[in-house]
Design a binder for this molecule. Structure first.
Ligand code: CDP
Ligand code: CDP
Length: 225
């Protein structure tokens, strides 16, 4: 129902959605899913099995086998996995094959969790259009590429900044221009531009809206008794 505590966090690469979602999950006791990892796993598996990205039927079959247990591998964080993800994720059949898992996650939080938070590209628009809380986290592309480049340096997955920037622009374009579930803010999403914010400021900006939702929900439940 619309009272379910589901938080959708969408936006382009490096905007800060993953970090914000992780922090909110801890703060509010929510189960967190990084939906991009599903597409990264599908992209990397396709590469490893030699399945060309345009063979959407075979990639979709692979997607049917992916589970939440497959998302812990560090290789999924590589730029290669990100590019593969954005290539296979343009296919409607591939997206459809990953939909049930995401929706089940959203609506059935594990024991002990008050709700769920999912970050990605189309959570507020396609996966959970009924989510009562939707955020579109954005930032300028140069800022986003700089952040991602720093992360790669930290993990010793070194790549020249120019290459990170170019790959990110390509991926942004592919994600925004695809026909199925393109990257776009839901009409009812709160847009947060983190270009000139620290992580703490970004978390606070989003948490304000979550707090307001929880207050409204508590009042509604109180008056219904
Ligand atoms: O962390 P970052 O924003 O760099 O990427 P990600 O969220 O892991 O997503 C990797 C790629 O998967 C994106 O560029 C999209 O092409 C695709 N994706 C998608 O199509 N739909 C989602 N809900 C999440 C990711
Ligand atoms: O999930 P997404 O690709 O949108 O971004 P992220 O992985 O959460 O953030 C990318 C990097 O930028 C992380 O290392 C964050 O700590 C950093 N970041 C930042 O320094 N300041 C922000 N306001 C947001 C993110």
């Amino acid at each position: 129902s619309s009272d379910d505590f589901i938080v959708a966090v969408d936006g382009p690469a490096g905007a800060g959605k993953g970090t914000v979602a992780k922090r909110l999950a801890t703060a509010y006791g929510l189960a967190h899913l990084e939906s991009g990892l599903l597409y990264r796993a599908a992209g990397l598996l396709s590469l490893r099995r030699g399945i060309p990205f345009d063979q959407d039927g075979r990639v979709a079959q692979l997607c049917e086998t992916i589970t939440l247990d497959d998302l812990a591998y560090p290789e999924l964080r590589s730029d290669q996995a990100a590019q593969a993800a954005s290539c296979i994720s343009v296919h409607p059949s591939v997206r459809a094959a990953l939909l049930d898992l995401q929706r089940r996650f959203a609506h059935f939080p594990p024991d002990g969790c008050r709700g769920t938070i999912i970050d990605g590209r189309d959570i507020g628009t396609v996966v959970c259009p009924e989510a009562p809380l939707k955020f579109f986290v954005d930032a300028r592309v140069d800022v986003r590429a700089k952040r991602r480049h720093q992360e790669f340096v930290g993990k010793e997955m070194g790549m020249p900044f120019e290459e990170v920037l170019e790959d990110m622009k390509q991926r942004d374009k592919r994600d925004r221009e695809r026909a199925e579930a393109p990257l776009v803010a839901a009409h009812d999403a709160v847009v947060v531009d983190t270009s000139d914010m620290t992580i703490d400021q970004a978390v606070d900006a989003v948490a304000t809206h979550v707090d307001a939702f929880l207050r409204r929900r508590a009042e509604k439940m109180g008056s219904a008794q």
